[in-house]
Design a protein around this ligand. Structure first.
Ligand SMILES: O=C(O)CCC(=O)C(=O)O
Length: 268
């Protein structure tokens, strides 16, 4: 057994140092910056030099546009490239002995900064397990990839080591951000912040209780995706389920768009 699989078995998570090439996070951050710059141009604002200042400018100019942009970023090819990086798959095969991997969905970009809060909206996630939102293989993994260095001053991921052994926790409240484990259940349990630098990757069981750390003075951006093990017997027996569903928004977002003129301009 590798030390990573031992750690995963014992603690419910393991941090693999410098698994990703340094270029991966840098390319993703440049890609985010390009998209935010495009949005700043839409609202006729100059584009500041650094990403945090760009995000601040968009956040204060047009909160709705900021929210839509942030919500769309995970769909960029440059961002997906990181979450589908061959280094991740190769590692899971060699360190955990998986043969085949299913991708259940649930890819997400999580950005936190004290000056980028959404009033009455998302600011980190409360204590939860990911298995209920995936329901794939029992040994399914959350793969958490920081794009910025993360420590106690940058909204770290916080985990309860060993909590995966408790199995499915049903003491939950339903919130707008999903299920949150009740404070009563968490009484006496201690969360551990996970420090990770860009290039590091956190692999965590879907049963490990975790949450977002809520304090920090720096911008923190991380990507999170999920992997299911194609060989896990109950996953095979259950026919490879995922709780993520595909649905299509059938109504036109902008009534009357595109017009005949829009098409004529596109295809003169
Ligand atoms: O990055 C965070 O703050 C939380 C991540 C998380 O809860 C997840 O990936 O399931």
């Amino acid at each position: 057994m590798t030390s990573w699989s031992e750690e995963l078995r014992r603690d419910g998570f393991t941090v693999v140092r410098q698994l990703m090439p340094p270029t991966a996070a840098a390319a993703a951050l440049r890609s985010i910056s390009r998209t935010v710059a495009d949005q700043l141009s839409q609202v006729n604002l100059a584009v500041p030099g650094d990403l945090h200042a760009q995000l601040r400018a968009l956040h204060s100019a047009d909160l709705d546009r900021y929210k839509r942009t942030l919500g769309a970023l995970w769909r960029k090819a440059d961002i997906m490239d990181v979450m589908r990086h061959e280094a991740l798959f190769a590692f899971v095969r060699s360190a955990f002995g998986w043969d085949d991997i299913f991708l259940p969905g649930g890819d997400v970009l999580l950005l936190m900064a004290s000056d980028l809060k959404i009033p009455d909206g998302y600011f980190g996630v409360g204590a939860h397990q990911d298995f209920p939102s995936v329901q794939g293989s029992l040994d399914g993994l959350v793969v958490w990839i920081p794009l910025t260095d993360v420590d106690t001053d940058a909204f770290p991921l916080e985990v309860i080591p060993g909590s995966h052994r408790r199995g499915l926790v049903t003491a939950v409240d339903e919130t707008s951000n999903g299920w949150r484990i009740t404070d009563a259940y968490l009484d006496q349990m201690t969360f551990q912040p996970v420090s990770a630098k860009t290039g590091d990757v956190v692999f965590m069981s879907g049963f490990t209780i975790h949450r977002s750390g809520l304090s920090g003075s720096r911008l923190r951006i991380a990507l999170s995706t999920r992997f299911d093990n194609a060989s896990e017997p109950s996953f095979i027996a259950r026919g490879y389920p995922t709780a993520y569903q595909r649905s299509v928004h059938r109504e036109q977002f902008v009534p009357g768009f595109p017009s005949a003129e829009d098409i004529a301009t596109l295809w003169p």
